[in-house]
Structures are given as C-alpha cells and as structure tokens.
Ligand binder design. Structure first.
Ligand SMILES: NC(=O)c1ccc[n+]([C@@H]2O[C@H](COP(=O)([O-])OP(=O)(O)OC[C@H]3O[C@@H](n4cnc5c(N)ncnc54)[C@H](OP(=O)(O)O)[C@@H]3O)[C@@H](O)[C@H]2O)c1
Length: 250
C-alpha cells in the first residue's frame, strides 16, 4: 500500500452518481475518506456506517478558506466528482463556477498548507473539455464550433473547461504543492466495472460518442489516488477514459 493511501482522501461530490461509486471503491480499498457534502442523506447507504468515512455537511461554495484548509490538511489527495445538477436551476443558476471555484479553493488550501509532498487533485471532467494548445488533434472544425456554442450556452460546459484550464495554465506541471490529473470520461453509463482504456487524447467524435461506465471512472480515479505508478503515468495530464479492453477501441 502506498503512502498516498494511508494519508487519506478528501472527496467532493460523494452524493453524485460517480462520486458515490468513488466513495464505495475507496472504502473497499481501505482508504480513509473525508466527504464534504451538502446532505449526508444522499450518500450511498452502505458507506455511511464505515468507520473510515468522515462526513462534513457543508456548502462547499460558501465554505471559508480556513475550514477547507483544515479538511485538506494531512490528506494526500482530493478527488472531485462535482457536477451541476441537471435541472434549470442547476444548469443556469449559481454557483456557475462550481467546479472551477472548487479547484481554485483546493489549490489555495494546498498552497497555504505547503505540504511536503504535493497534494494530488483528481478532477472529474468530460471529453467536451479540450487539452491546452489544441493538443486534442482529433477535434475537427465542426466539432470545435459545436463545443464553442455549448460553452457559450451552457454554464456547466464552460465551468468544466475553466476548471481544467486553471490547472493546466495556472497551476501547471511544476507547482511545489499541487499535482493534478483531469479525468475525461465520454457518455456516462451505469453498470459494473469492466475493462477500460485510458488515452492521452480524444478517441471519439462528440457526434459519435463512446461510453464510459461510472464504475470504470471511479476505478481509475481511485487508482490515481492509491497507486504510485498510475499517478506517475498520468500526473499533469487529461486522460480520456472509455469502456473496452485495453489495446482495442471500444
Ligand atoms: N453526464 C455525462 O454523460 C457526463 C459525461 C462526462 C462527464 N460528465 C461530468 O462528470 C461530472 C460528474 O457527473 P455525475 O453525473 O456523476 O454528477 P451528479 O450525479 O450530477 O453529481 C453531482 C455532484 O455535485 C454536487 N453538487 C452539485 N451542485 C452543487 C453545489 N452547488 N454545491 C456543492 N455540491 C454540488 C452534487 O451534490 P448534491 O447531491 O448535494 O446535489 C453531487 O454530489 C460532472 O462534472 C459532469 O459534467 C458527465
């Protein structure tokens, strides 16, 4: 078991569809978790009684910096599975910068804590998010235009891109106190964990999407938090994850 495991994880979005699976898998692997949630009632029922779970009921968007700092202190990783609720209010209402704000707040907490080993921030994102400097060469002109319209019309799409940009452009690869991975699944589906593939860049068009089981996203995110080799392979990158046996296209 690596040092990353023993120091525990702060989990954001643990009441969500993917976040709940991340929580369950972390606990199954014996990892201590501090979940910051708006309502503990929405946590997976099986997880609540686990002694390795500490629940903080609070609104992250209005949490004072000092409080977040305390929750992050001594933890090796923060995993975010935050996402805007699929409702008119969730999509268009405040906080429009839910994900970006959380990323910035976590980075500020780490910067002020100055941990000996950089805090690992693992962010759930989407294939609609671009890598910087047009590194995702598969995106054609039509698709780029479509994504631009999406971001203009839908605050959550803009929020996801800005959160990833903040990590890639502002935190970068050499930050002394924060390292990060932005995980980009395709269309999320239910179902048990299966074989899956991870790629440095996009593998499917937004118009002909692949599927990514949430259980697979959870497995990959938990690997990143607990497996040193997985972390070294992907830190500072934005891997795309899709279902299917490695080496074969899904
Ligand atoms: N849908 C797709 O096919 C797809 C594909 C690729 C990527 N993604 C991305 O994946 C991420 C997670 O998706 P998901 O479907 O697993 O998410 P989800 O089930 O909608 O869960 C969202 C989580 O964010 C929390 N949250 C929402 N608004 C909040 C607020 N104002 N303050 C604090 N917490 C808040 C929710 O807490 P509550 O329980 O308190 O509401 C919940 O824990 C999203 O960023 C999404 O864009 C989605």
């Amino acid at each position: 078991m690596s040092a990353a495991v023993t120091a525990g994880v702060v989990l954001l979005g643990a009441t969500g569809r993917t976040g709940g699976r991340v929580l369950t898998q972390l606990l199954e692997r014996g990892v201590g978790v501090r979940a910051i949630v708006r309502s503990a009632e929405r946590l997976p029922p099986g997880a609540v009684a686990d002694p390795r779970l500490t629940v903080v009921e609070a609104n992250l968007a209005s949490m004072p910096a000092e409080a977040l700092r305390r929750h992050v202190e001594g933890r090796s990783s923060v995993i975010s599975c935050l996402g805007h609720t699929v409702s008119l209010r969730g999509v268009f209402g405040p906080p429009r910068d839910l994900v970006e704000g959380a990323v910035r707040a976590v980075c500020d907490a780490a910067t002020s804590l100055r941990p000996e080993t950089p805090l690992r921030l693992i962010l759930m994102s989407s294939v609609s998010v671009n890598r910087p400097a047009r590194a995702d060469v598969r995106r054609g002109a039509g698709e780029r235009a479509f994504v631009a319209v999406l971001r203009a019309l839908l605050p959550p799409a803009r929020d996801n891109q800005r959160a990833a940009d903040a990590l890639a452009s502002e935190v970068g690869a050499e930050h002394p106190f924060v390292e990060w991975v932005v995980v980009r699944p395709d269309s999320l589906t239910d179902g048990d964990q299966t074989a899956y593939q991870t790629h440095e860049g996009l593998v499917a068009s937004l118009f002909r999407p692949d599927t990514t089981r949430m259980a697979n996203v959870a497995h990959f995110m938990v690997d990143l938090a607990t497996d040193e080799a997985a972390w070294r392979r992907w830190r500072g990158q934005m891997p795309v994850i899709v279902d299917g046996a490695p080496g074969r296209r899904a």
